[in-house]
Design a protein around this ligand. Structure first.
Ligand code: FES
Ligand code: FE2
Length: 381
């Protein structure tokens, strides 16, 4: 799992003035809004004796641990140790990691890593023109891909050969041949434009079946993905006038479970009464993918392509894997094997930006990283 990346921790409405727990990259985080409404995200583990902060409460913009009442400000510094009484000097080491937060698109994005602000990659802004535009009707949908690794999910959604077999409503088994088209390299991802055979009109149901031309031959799909936020956008032109645009950000809850935060914008059937039918279609497609990918073996992408028989039509999936590796080399990734070997008595957190400028004096060790001496990355003061 990649560190030094933005992840969606919650929808904006889920985070309020009481603590909210979000699990990302196999670790727990606590989020809350201060009295000005600004959202904050911190490691959920109290540095005293590991109390779960999301079970605590907010006192004057500080989070109070439910176990012995230690309080931490939004920067993660401890401001109160009740058992030591008033008027004490609180040691600097009594602190927890606090992470940068940005709210965009009605989502709370958290930067899980220690890079300075000016070095951080930017959250993709592709979808912002579709939000709050009178030309588009947008619905949101969230989906829990239980038992699905986030890379396996990314491979599935960049795979243009599977709709013919997996999605009856928009794939066509009678024309399964995938067009091989150039893949455009993007800074943290890639982009491609493909046409696929439209399904027989009889496979469409509801209001959309009434507006699509019966002799429609193809759907043109522009697909772009980025490792930043594990995001992707699908621009689906069913005809030159009937288009829908999907965006999703995927957050690894851990190596084996993934949460997807999605949007769909459409420029047809704009009345709200059509939302339920569009949502039903989205959830059906998500269920169809889920019911394929959660049974794929191995659970995690093989380390070598010689363990599979790949064909030219798998180009986008291979590009996806390559981009995961490039991001991991550039920004860092958790050493999965070392992380999974860690005993339940070991405490680990994602390093926050303050550790870069102030590396000494932390209670919690940081997660082991790939390609780094584990003794070095796990060392803590
Ligand atoms: S464990 Fe949090 S105050 Fe003791
Ligand atoms: Fe799919």
């Amino acid at each position: 799992m990649l560190i030094n990346n933005w992840y969606v921790a919650a929808r904006a409405h889920e985070v309020g003035s009481t603590p909210f727990k979000s699990r990302m990259l196999g670790l727990d985080f606590v989020l809350f809004r201060d009295s000005t409404g600004k959202a904050h995200c911190m490691s959920d583990m109290c540095c005293h004796r590991g109390g779960a902060l999301h079970r605590g409460q907010i006192n004057s913009d500080h989070i109070a641990c439910p176990y012995h009442g230690w309080e931490f400000n939004t920067g993660g510094a401890c401001t109160k140790i009740p058992a030591m009484g008033d008027g004490i000097t609180i040691p600097k080491r009594a602190r927890i990691d606090s992470y940068p937060v940005e709210e965009r698109m009605g989502l709370v994005w958290v930067f899980l890593g220690d890079m300075a602000e000016e070095e951080r990659p930017k959250i993709p802004d592709w979808y912002e023109p579709f939000l709050n535009s009178p030309d588009w009707r947008v619905i949101t949908y969230d989906y829990l891909y239980s038992d699905v690794n986030w890379v396996r999910l990314g491979e599935n959604s960049t795979d243009t050969a599977h709709p013919a077999f997996v999605h009856k409503a928009f794939g066509n088994r009678l024309s399964p041949k995938a067009n091989i088209v150039p893949i455009q390299d993007m800074p943290y991802g890639a982009k491609t434009v493909r046409e696929r055979a439209a399904p027989p009109i009889a496979n469409k149901t509801g209001a959309i079946a009434k507006i699509l031309p019966t002799d429609r031959k193809t759907t043109r799909v522009t697909l772009e993905f980025s490792m930043v936020g594990i995001t992707e956008m699908l621009y689906q032109e069913m005809t030159t006038e009937i288009t829908q645009v999907l965006f999703s950000a995927r957050t690894p809850i851990d190596e084996y479970n993934t949460r997807s935060y999605g949007f769909q914008a459409r420029n047809f059937l704009m009345e709200p009464e059509h939302d339920a039918e569009r949502l039903k279609g989205l959830l059906q497609a998500a269920d169809e993918d889920h019911n394929i990918v959660r049974f794929v073996k191995p659970k995690l992408t093989p380390k070598s392509t010689t363990e599979e028989f790949l064909i030219e039509a798998d180009g986008m999936e291979l590009t996806y894997r390559r981009k995961v590796q490039e991001y991991a080399r550039k920004f860092g990734a958790i050493d999965r094997d070392a992380f999974e070997r860690a005993s339940p008595s070991q405490i680990m957190v994602i390093p926050s930006p303050l550790r870069k400028t102030d590396p000494k004096g932390w209670v919690h060790k940081t997660v082991p990283l790939q390609n780094a001496g584990s003794s070095e990355v796990m060392a803590a003061e």
